[in-house]
Write a protein that binds this ligand. Structure first.
Ligand code: B12
Ligand code: SF4
Length: 544
């Protein structure tokens, strides 16, 4: 079996400004395939190599694959669909499959708009993929596909075609059994601009026990699982020794909730002397930082240099609407603690909901000044169609061109302003924030690594600004405040939610209404709280 994996060539002017990043999914899936005996695996990173459709077609033709798999997040979906269409065109007999968060939740949409995709893998890919490849190899996939959990596909029958999905597969229970194969990546291509070195994205924990209303990740990974910290340290050591990786971010949503394991991980890195060579970053929650005040020096000693905090909003009402379970005052304190520990801290704001005004945008800027993070980010609220918040406000979502669902394009139009004005105010926040940092903060941040890191971040910002890639400003034609009325986000109005997808949502809403009624009935007849899924229990499990 020749298996080819493709990372689609999608770009947007957000996180990419910090460099070119290696696709972890390809390493994790290749590792599982190889462990199962499928060693003929190759990988095309069309994104990093910026491959045109023609160049991609040529590469696929050369590979002559039996199976082609691509990944998808919401904004890369059309590029992923197209990559698989190209695969079918140049190698008509190959099996095409798609995985990733967007395909997982939107399989009805995807199979409606891209019927050339043979199957969708829903959820974590490692185990489902191996089972599927075995069935394809045995030649009985058409029969077995109904039995393999975690798939979706089009079934053609006498009465037409319909989209079917099998039962959801279980999550990978023992993450330590996955041996990612990092050798599948072309390492010379991956560079982290702030430290001018190679970068990797290993995974220590999967899942998040919180349930923020704007976020899809807790739904995707479901239960929280964490790897043996020693094994993660082995992996970091290998990445450093074999591939000269000197910076990594943990791919995790919530790496610190299990404090014991996180501390063990840090101690393991220190014991191996890795922090002398390798620095790293995480995304985490404000509440964990407050909890770990005393441990922050240890985290720094282990090489943790960058913490991105989901501070999200300047107003408590908005935090509550996001179901964030934090307080505005907590944000300021967490930032202060991280800075005192010598860790670079980044505050993330989500802006651009329907109730955004110039005053609320200004408030986020004032908060950024007051809290004093080293870096600040204003992400445009993006209504992932599989989140609570999307369904709550779906009558206000007008744009279904998923390619623009990327944190940098204003998908929602605030009631009080045009999208161009929103972009302009956000740019104004960035200009003022980073101008002050460049003049009065970064150059004077001591002489060590912290200063070098901050100046490196500034360089990445300036580079993307100069190339007009930041927030896709070049693409949308933004040239400063004078152009705010003329920017064009090039939304494709033809893109709509497919009928099959709408039916699926309606059926789900109906199911959850019924299950709520059932739960209420059980409670009313004395069943008690413990009969219902409990987020707090999940959190306690995660923290163990
Ligand atoms: C690292 C990262 C990046 C890196 C990308 C590195 C790379 N080249 O892959 C950088 C920093 C560049 C980046 C950029 C962006 N990112 Co990003 N990123 C992440 C992050 C933190 C980790 C991704 C990861 O590696 N996870 C670990 C791997 C193992 O998981 P996975 O990719 O989901 O793969 C598993 C399954 O999905 C499945 N699977 C996936 N693909 C396939 C394919 C097949 C064939 C099969 C069988 C299975 C399968 O199996 C895998 C193993 O179980 C996630 C959040 C998260 N924790 O996942 C956000 C995340 C993926 N990013 C997101 C976004 C929006 C973006 C940007 C658009 C933001 C921006 N404007 O900058 C850009 C888009 C970049 C691009 N051109 O594609 C969103 C996507 C949300 C959504 N609903 O689509 C996420 C989920 C963050 C969030 N909080 O919402 N990102
Ligand atoms: S804490 Fe982060 S990953 Fe978890 S649900 Fe909230 S936003 Fe998503």
């Amino acid at each position: 079996m020749r298996i080819l994996l493709i990372h689609p060539n999608y770009h947007s002017g957000g996180a990419e400004i910090a460099g070119s990043w290696p696709p972890a999914w390809a390493a994790y899936l290749t590792g599982s395939l190889k462990d199962a005996g499928y060693t003929d695996v190759s990988f095309i990173d069309a994104m990093t190599n910026d491959l045109s459709d023609e160049a991609l077609a040529q590469r696929i033709r050369e590979e002559k694959p039996d199976i082609v798999g691509a990944t998808s997040i919401t904004p890369s979906i059309y590029k992923a669909e197209r990559a698989l269409q190209i695969a079918k065109e140049v190698v008509p007999g190959c099996v095409t499959m798609l995985g990733g968060v967007h395909a997982t939740f939107m399989f009805k949409q995807v199979l409606s708009e891209a019927p050339w995709i043979d199957l969708i893998v829903r959820g974590e890919g490692e185990e489902i993929l191996v089972e599927t490849v075995r069935a394809i190899e045995a030649g009985d996939f058409d029969r077995r596909r109904h039995e393999i959990k975690g798939l979706a596909f089009i079934e053609k029958g006498d009465e037409g075609s319909r989209i079917l999905s099998t039962e959801a597969a279980a999550t990978v229970k023992n993450l330590d059994l996955i041996n990612p194969d990092w050798s599948i990546l072309e390492w010379s291509k991956y560079k982290y601009i702030p430290l001018n070195c190679r970068v990797a994205i290993p995974n220590m924990a999967r899942g998040c026990p919180f349930t923020c209303s704007f976020c899809s990740q807790w739904k995707f990974w479901r239960d929280y699982r964490v790897r043996d910290p020693k094994k993660v340290a082995d992996e970091i050591e290998k990445l450093y020794k074999d591939y000269d990786v000197r910076f990594f971010i943990l791919a995790d949503e919530e790496p610190t909730i299990n404090r014991k394991k996180f501390v063990q991980f840090c101690e393991e890195l220190i014991a191996r002397g890795l922090p002398e060579h390798v620095q790293w970053g995480i995304n985490t929650r404000v509440t964990d930082i407050l909890r770990d005040e005393q441990l922050l020096p240890l985290y720094r000693k282990a090489g943790l240099i960058h913490v991105s905090l989901g501070t999200e909003a300047a107003a408590q009402l908005q935090l509550d609407r996001f179901n964030k379970e934090t307080k505005v005052a907590d944000n300021k304190r967490a930032i202060e603690l991280l800075r005192n520990a010598g860790i670079v801290v980044e505050a993330q704001f989500i802006v651009g909901l329907e109730n955004e005004t110039h005053e609320t945008l200004e408030e986020t800027y004032r908060m950024a000044q007051d809290w004093k993070p080293d870096l600040a980010n204003w992400s445009m609220y993006t209504p992932w169609p599989f989140t609570e918040l999307f369904h709550e406000m779906s009558d206000k979502v007008e744009v279904f061109d998923f390619e623009k669902y990327n944190f940098v394009t204003p998908i929602m139009k605030p009631d009080a302003m045009e999208r161009g004005e929103l972009l302009d105010h956000v740019m104004n926040n960035y200009r003022r924030f980073y101008m002050k940092k460049a003049l009065f903060s970064y150059p004077w941040a001591g002489t060590g690594l912290r200063r070098r890191y901050l100046l490196g971040c500034l360089k990445a910002f300036l580079k993307s600004g100069f190339e007009r890639k930041f927030y896709d400003l070049g693409k949308v034609g933004y040239w400063g405040p004078q152009s705010k009325k003329k920017v064009d986000f090039h939304f494709d109005d033809e893109r709509k939610i497919a009928a099959a997808q709408v039916e699926d949502w309606e059926a789900n809403a109906d199911r959850s209404r019924k299950s709520r009624t059932r739960a209420a009935e059980i409670k009313a007849c004395g069943g008690g709280e413990e009969q219902m899924a409990d987020v707090d229990t999940a959190r306690a499990d995660a923290a163990e």
